[in-house]
Design a protein around this ligand. Structure first.
Ligand SMILES: [Zn+2]
Length: 244
């Protein structure tokens, strides 16, 4: 990335301070941190969207290495962070203002469940990593389970490298990554847009009907009488055969 562009973005972030921009930089920070992992040994995937029968799940980062599968959730929050593994809500405190947010461990647990569906043959626990940006302070975050880390972005690589046992072959790593890339739903926005367009078309049609305009050709609708009573039909019949 050109240096000038980077400076521009830093200024933009300072000015905007919007959650969107903050989130973007949080993820950028994790991407940057993960670059320290040797890409010969690790496959690193960002922003993967998966879907099963009931829901769509977006996962920030997935690292697949000889030493296992690591699922990373990014939280770019400032202030003091309080939370425990079991509680439904965590708390962010900035001076006297307190805000609650969903327990990110539970959130990432959902991501892992979705990933387990993708790799039913993988018999080891996937490692859950919750990464907070360095401008937060992890005050009281109680963790009891293994294969679970709540840490600052700067600690991600060390946490991943602390797993020494070889679990996956090079071929398995490549196959898992390829499968995820293939399953990744890239056109989620396009699909949502598509649904929106259908809705709008239906609404437009309704409006035209109530204004007695044929939605097919734009000519006026007229009331006709048939075998089964009255109905609305296009005045351009038989050229247009629209009825309602
Ligand atoms: Zn018509």
């Amino acid at each position: 990335m050109p240096f000038f562009f980077l400076i521009l973005m830093i200024i933009a972030a300072a000015v905007l301070k919007s959650p969107l921009v903050k989130g973007f930089f949080g993820e950028l920070g994790v991407r940057f941190a993960l670059k320290k992992l040797n890409n010969e040994d690790y496959k690193i995937l960002h922003n993967i969207t998966l879907r099963d029968a009931s829901k769509t799940t977006q996962i920030d980062h997935i690292v697949i290495g000889r030493n296992g599968i690591f699922v990373i959730e990014t939280k770019n929050y400032q202030g003091w962070i309080f939370g425990s593994e079991k509680s439904a809500k965590w708390t962010q405190t900035i001076y006297k203002s307190k805000k609650q947010f969903h327990n990110p461990i539970r959130q990432n647990f959902g991501h892992i469940k979705m990933l387990e569906q993708q790799f039913p043959g993988y018999q080891h626990p996937m490692v859950s990593i919750i990464s907070f940006s360095s401008n937060s302070t992890l005050k009281k975050v109680d963790i009891q389970s293994s294969h679970l880390h709540v840490l600052h972005t700067t600690g991600i690589v060390r946490a991943i490298q602390s797993y020494k046992e070889p679990l996956l072959t090079k071929q398995a790593i490549a196959a898992f990554a390829a499968h995820l890339e293939k399953s990744n739903i890239k056109d989620l926005k396009a699909k949502k847009q598509h649904v929106q367009t259908i809705k709008e078309t239906q609404q437009k049609k309704k409006g035209q009907l109530s204004a007695n305009i044929c939605p097919n050709c734009g000519d006026p609708l007229v009331t006709r009488t048939g075998k089964h009573g009255t109905f609305k039909g296009c005045s351009s019949f038989p050229k247009c055969r629209f009825t309602a």
